[in-house]
Design a protein around this ligand. Structure first.
Ligand code: ADP
Ligand code: MG
Length: 231
């Protein structure tokens, strides 16, 4: 399990997260929800070691991720697709995927796998990333993270601003990762996506964990989640 225990973190001296705890299981999707500014992106950055913790710990299996230097976190099998994608725009699709593969000793099968999951990326392989559509860029960002063959995948609002057909493609890929046994943390605000994908929902409010709901609790009472999310 990916386990956060009483994680506190922030920027400089400004604390954002206050004692956040949850656990994401292999073969499941945990949706991290909450309004804008609630601390969702801060949470995934803290998991990746991109922000120093002010307290608490992050562990994956026996590994204390929060004790590792940031560059070793991906090598522990933690894949990350940041909000806004952060691709190398001047590099080609293939080169962007190589960056993911280098972390994993250039695993050729991983590349085949990604190109099978996203045939669009095969078609656009030699095209520069900044010439792709938003949805294709998101596929590339996900593909880059998947080249690592991650055991844990952190996706920060991967369908933000995409057209419906692309949203479907990204959601299908997310579900496939789950089915392969990956522990997925999906930052997501849309109720329909949460209802369709979440095995658990961790709800943040002002940097604190407001509630953790199971799939069953969401199914029985969708209004409860809507109310908690304030939509
Ligand atoms: N780089 C930063 N420096 C200082 N404060 C930040 C920075 N990034 C985010 N914050 C603040 O941290 C809080 C949580 O932000 P964030 O984690 O991005 O929220 P969310 O992803 O849920 O919308 C907000 O109050 C935001 O203003
Ligand atoms: Mg965010």
């Amino acid at each position: 399990m990916l386990q956060l225990e009483n994680v506190s973190a922030g920027y400089g001296r400004a604390q954002v997260l206050r004692e956040v705890s949850f656990a994401a299981k292999p073969g499941e999707i945990l949706c991290l929800a909450g309004r804008n500014g609630a601390g969702k992106t801060t949470t995934v950055q803290a998991i990746m070691g991109l922000l120093p913790l002010m307290g608490g710990s992050v562990t994956w299996k026996q590994i204390v991720l929060s004790d590792l230097p940031p560059h070793q976190v991906p090598r522990a099998g933690i894949g990350y697709v940041p909000q806004g994608r952060r691709l190398f725009g001047d590099l080609t699709v293939g080169q962007n995927l190589d960056i993911g593969r280098f972390t994993n000793g250039k695993d050729l099968h991983a590349l085949d796998d990604v190109l099978e999951l996203f045939p669009r990326l095969r078609e656009r392989y030699t095209q520069r990333a900044n010439t792709l559509s938003g949805g294709e860029q998101q596929m590339l960002a996900m593909g880059r993270a998947m080249c690592l063959r991650p055991s844990v995948l952190l996706l920060d609002e991967p369908t933000e601003g995409l057209q419906p057909s692309m949203i479907t493609a990204i959601r299908d890929a997310t579900a496939q990762m789950r089915d392969r046994g990956v522990a997925v943390v999906l930052v997501e605000q849309r109720l329909d996506a949460i209802a369709a994908l979440a095995d658990q929902v961790a709800l943040l409010e002002n940097g604190r964990l407001r509630a953790v709901l199971t799939r069953e609790e969401v199914a029985v009472d969708p209004q409860k989640l809507a109310h908690l999310l304030g939509v």
